[in-house]
Design a protein around this ligand. Sequence first.
Ligand SMILES: Nc1ncnc2c1ncn2[C@@H]1O[C@H](COP(=O)(O)OP(=O)(O)OP(=O)(O)O)[C@@H](O)[C@H]1O
Length: 238
Amino acid sequence: MSSSEHIIDAREIHAWYGSSHILHGIDLQINRGETVGLLGRNGMGKSTLIRTLLGHVKQRTGHISFFGKDMSKARPHEVARSGVAYVPEGRGVFPNLSVRENLVMAARPNKRGEQEWSYERIMQTFPRLKERETNLGGQLSGGEQQMLSIGRALMTHPELVILDEATEGLAPMIVNEIWRVVGEIRSSGMATLIVDRNYHKVLANSDRAVVMQKGQLVLQGEADKITNDPELTGYLGV
Ligand SMILES: Nc1ncnc2c1ncn2[C@@H]1O[C@H](COP(=O)(O)OP(=O)(O)OP(=O)(O)O)[C@@H](O)[C@H]1O
């Protein structure tokens, strides 16, 4: 596969916070339309890897390309323009704008100039947001804000959407809603990188999974194979 077919092609990534060496030579590729689960215990470097790919961690070495273009030194706003949407835990919502305004202002057509994820489609996908259409972002529950944040990401028509702990701290019913939407995104052909504590759900909803331990990738492969790997539970501490 040529590198331009990879959405992300990261090689030998190292990253530091001050003098703490956190990532130790990570190679990660994400292909078009692929759903990848990123697993590992707390503190193993998952968020740091995502933040490094997005240009938020300045102390980094290695090679990162997006769609075959060198982005090793890119800054966050340049990455954001490259077709990768990041949904951080419970953020990215404007509290003083309505649900509708939050969504409409994010809209950007896809490469063919179409609004595949239109406002109406987002309303169908998230019936709870439809009920809150005129409410302000700041009046929503945590789960609704998370849905709005995912909805905003979809309306930008990214090639890849990164969901970092999207279900963290939410009520079970909302968590189920979010997993349903993850399935819908997957079947729409949009690539996804998912981090979530519920590794069963991650594996059930991914094509491929990678497992991190102490800043390194220690296990990777097709999700159904990883599920049955006897080393998995050891790496996850479960
Ligand atoms: N801003 C920071 N400054 C210094 N050290 C940090 C910072 N953020 C994270 N770390 C450290 O980097 C290591 C990796 O943390 P990271 O958040 O990437 O792990 P994680 O796998 O995402 O875990 P979690 O699920 O707990 O977020 C940890 O040892 C953490 O304490």
